[in-house]
Design a protein around this ligand. Structure first.
Ligand code: AR6
Length: 175
């Protein structure tokens, strides 16, 4: 078993411009589009994405489903549904499940690069610092458990405040 060095990047950009195997969509349970990053992904991918999403019968909070990327530079879109922040213990469990299930799905499909937006931290109201801690911790745990599989991970941050918080958290976790 060969061990591979984990690759984690923080980029401040629009996720729809990223040319990786999969980008992750912070969707809602219908998987039929919405605002924020979901709206941007559907606009950039084109109407074929919505057509494929209609066949998926939605998605539960914390779970993930995969579609093709259509007109996006990314080959696939992994749609996951973050929790609507409630301040209860389930928030962290469900947010961690989004990252873990997205990574598991990417691996099942033999994908080796993935970009995540800051799931739940927009419309769904999850405080950014707390959500970042969950994202980084969960990704780190996943990489440790899958250290024989090459996976390049990008945290795609839409603004500087988000990328500063991610960089700070990665430093704190020594990644
Ligand atoms: N590229 C990267 N990140 C982005 C982009 C983009 N193009 N656009 C926004 N963000 P949100 P949520 C960031 O609200 O909180 C939708 O209507 C944004 O700045 O998109 O999980 C869905 O349909 C923030 O940091 O997702 C759901 O109903 C992060 O992406 C609901 O919103 C997440 O913000 C999901 O809410």
């Amino acid at each position: 078993m060969s061990l591979v060095e984990p690759e984690i990047h923080v980029k401040q950009c629009d996720i729809t411009t990223l040319d990786c195997d999969a980008i992750v969509n912070a969707a809602n349970k219908s998987l039929l589009g919405g605002g924020g990053v979901d709206g941007a992904i559907h606009r950039a991918a084109g109407p074929e994405l919505l057509n494929e999403c209609r066949t998926l019968n939605g998605c539960k909070t914390g779970e993930a489903k995969i579609t093709k990327g259509y007109r996006l530079p990314a080959k696939y879109v992994i749609h996951t549904v973050g929790p609507i922040y409630s301040g209860s213990d389930t928030d962290e469990r469900l947010l961690a499940a989004c990252y873990r299930n997205s990574l598991d799905l990417a691996k099942e499909n033999n994908l080796h690069s993935i970009a995540f937006p800051a799931i739940s931290t927009g419309v769904y109201g999850y405080p950014l610092a707390e959500a970042t801690e969950v994202a980084v911790k969960t990704v780190k745990e996943w990489l440790n458990r899958n250290n024989d599989y090459a996976m390049d991970i990008t945290f795609c941050c839409f603004d500087k405040r988000t990328s500063d918080i991610y960089n700070h958290e990665l430093k704190r976790m020594r990644l």
